[in-house]
Design a protein around this ligand. Structure first.
Ligand code: BGC
Length: 243
């Protein structure tokens, strides 16, 4: 008699990664294994809550039935609200994203900064670990023994000539300065973060991590773009220990 297929371990998480350029979703089982492909749609312009939520609704229709939702958002999150959104429409400032999605999709939602979610999917949970995401913006998340120091926005820290780290290392910087100079600047920034945060490990993620063309120092590694979604399950685990 053929074996009955085992059901996927529940709860199933719908992991959502909201980006300045693309919006991605994937369903994950309780162990964080993917149950679907990663679906991506370009971020609409203007990138308002209304236009972006419409894209998310469509992406969700392509996904299996899920039990809960994790969302990574490219800005500061406080009490389920999106407090900043440097690379999206200002209509996001103070928007109740957690409540809106919970009402719309009738599922519990955890919401965190995108670099933090990416970090949850990548860190070892030991020592000081810094995650930098090289995408439209420059994301940053700092963990000590697996605990997030919420609210770090290194991308918006001034660096040189009145410009911020994000101005140099985000998508606009890559375009403006070109790949060679962007790589040189990134190498300098890595050294700077080592002196500032004394990390034991540094992870570089985001869509532009593939543009890195120099040998990374010891204890620095790149992480896959999928980590932005895989962290969705770890985000639930972490939040559970906080309540
Ligand atoms: C935002 C961060 C975000 C990063 C990457 C920055 O502009 O301020 O919160 O993590 O972009 O998306």
């Amino acid at each position: 008699m053929p074996n009955k297929p085992l059901p996927f371990p529940h709860p199933i998480t719908l992991a959502v990664d909201i980006g300045g350029t693309g919006m991605k979703v994937m369903a994950l089982d309780a162990r964080g294994n993917p149950l679907t492909e990663r679906l991506r749609e370009p971020t609409p312009k203007p990138a308002t809550p209304t236009s972006m939520l419409a894209v998310l609704d469509n992406l969700r229709k392509e996904m299996p039935k899920c039990d809960r939702v994790s969302v990574g958002f490219p800005g500061v999150i406080k009490q389920g609200k999106t407090m900043t959104a440097a690379n999206l429409d200002p209509a996001w400032l103070g928007f109740s994203l957690k409540n809106t999605l919970e009402k719309k999709w009738k599922l519990p939602v955890h919401l965190a900064n995108d670099a933090a979610v990416q970090g949850y999917g990548a860190i070892s949970g030991r020592g000081v670990e810094l995650v930098l995401t090289l995408g439209t913006g420059l994301g940053s998340a700092l963990f000590t023994d697996g605990h997030l120091c919420a609210g770090l926005e290194l991308g918006h820290h001034p660096w040189q000539k009145g410009r911020t780290y994000e101005d140099y290392l985000g998508r606009r910087g890559l375009k403006k300065y070109g790949k060679k100079r962007w790589n040189r600047l990134l190498a300098i920034a890595i050294e700077q973060t080592a002196k500032t945060f004394n990390w034991d490990k540094l992870y570089l993620g985001g869509g532009n991590a593939k543009e890195i063309n120099f040998k990374l120092p010891l204890y620095v590694s790149t992480i896959s773009n999928e980590d932005g979604l895989f962290g969705g399950v770890a985000l639930w685990r972490y939040q559970a220990t906080q309540t």
